[in-house]
Design a protein around this ligand. Structure first.
Ligand code: NAD
Length: 252
């Protein structure tokens, strides 16, 4: 039911953090994985980890905000593997800024990477999936797309992730007739580099977050593998347009 034997996946932001874990999870389930990331050195390291699992992997340097680079990512993946069955859009950035002090540049950068980048990847890969009438797309939103999680100020990030949720539902609705499913995973606080960087300036937040989380802890990055393999595989064949929240109960 959960097998992805010989399926081909592209994971943006797949070099590290949640993207790396999802790439490894897909490979463990049998998929070959294209790691598309700004950071090519780390992407190559993750690709080697996948090859060590006995699957094929290709590392590509891609900036998801560039339509041209995203289209090249699709053509390079197709010339190597001949098809794309799964897309995961994990490339994303986070930043804390008070709304009243935020520069337009900060606003645009976060929206550009998190929302426009997700759209460009879904559009370019979606076109190929529509042709084959087969595909599973998993976007990565956040519980911050569902709630304005006090105390940290991040209106641009929250807006981008709320946008990813509505983008996911819209694509699911448009592409259901082509047998392309589109779902989103909305993680809570996960112990990745992105979060570690943010916590450097606000060490108290880790304690506050744990207190606010019914499970009493942050998420371990590898805990995203299960939701990812579920949504990628036939195990979720009747699931589209859904928001799979994995937040230790934070938003209950
Ligand atoms: P991370 O910083 O560890 O990894 C993000 C990856 O994306 C990096 O490898 C980075 O090089 C890549 N990237 C950044 N900008 C890019 C661009 N323009 N083009 C291509 N690649 C780019 O972050 P993470 O914690 O693994 O987060 C992954 C996703 O999960 C993000 O979308 C993030 O918003 C979301 N998320 C994370 C958490 C969390 O607590 N860690 C919670 C909710 C949602």
């Amino acid at each position: 039911l959960f097998s992805l034997q010989d399926e081909v996946a592209i994971v943006t932001g797949g070099a590290q953090g949640l993207g790396r874990e999802m790439s490894l999870g897909l490979a463990e389930a049998g998929a070959h994985v294209v790691i598309a990331d700004l950071d090519i050195n780390t992407a190559q390291r993750t690709a080697s980890e996948i090859q060590a699992l006995g699957r094929e992997s290709l590392a590509l340097r891609v900036d998801v905000t560039s339509k041209e680079q995203v289209e090249q990512m699709v053509s390079q993946s197709l010339s190597r593997f001949g098809k794309i069955d799964i897309l995961i859009t994990s490339a994303g950035i986070g930043q804390w800024r008070k709304a009243e002090e935020m520069s337009e540049e900060d606003w645009k950068r976060v929206i550009d990477v998190n929302l426009t980048g997700t759209f460009l990847c879904c559009q370019a890969v979606g076109r190929e999936m529509i042709k084959r009438k087969k595909g599973s797309i998993i976007t990565i939103s956040s519980m911050s797309g569902l709630i304005a999680n006090t105390p940290q100020p991040q209106s641009h990030y929250n807006a981008s992730k709320g946008g990813v949720i509505m983008l996911t539902k819209s694509l699911a609705s448009e592409w259901v007739k082509y047998n392309v499913r589109v779902n989103t995973i909305a993680p809570g606080y996960m112990e990745t580099k992105l979060v570690a960087e943010l916590l450097k300036s606000y060490p108290d937040y880790a304690r506050i977050w744990k207190e606010l989380t019914p499970m009493g802890r942050l998420g371990r990055p590898e805990e995203i593998k299960g939701p990812c393999v579920f949504l990628a595989s036939a195990a979720s064949s009747y699931v589209t347009g859904s928001v799979l929240v994995m937040d230790g109960g934070y938003t209950i």
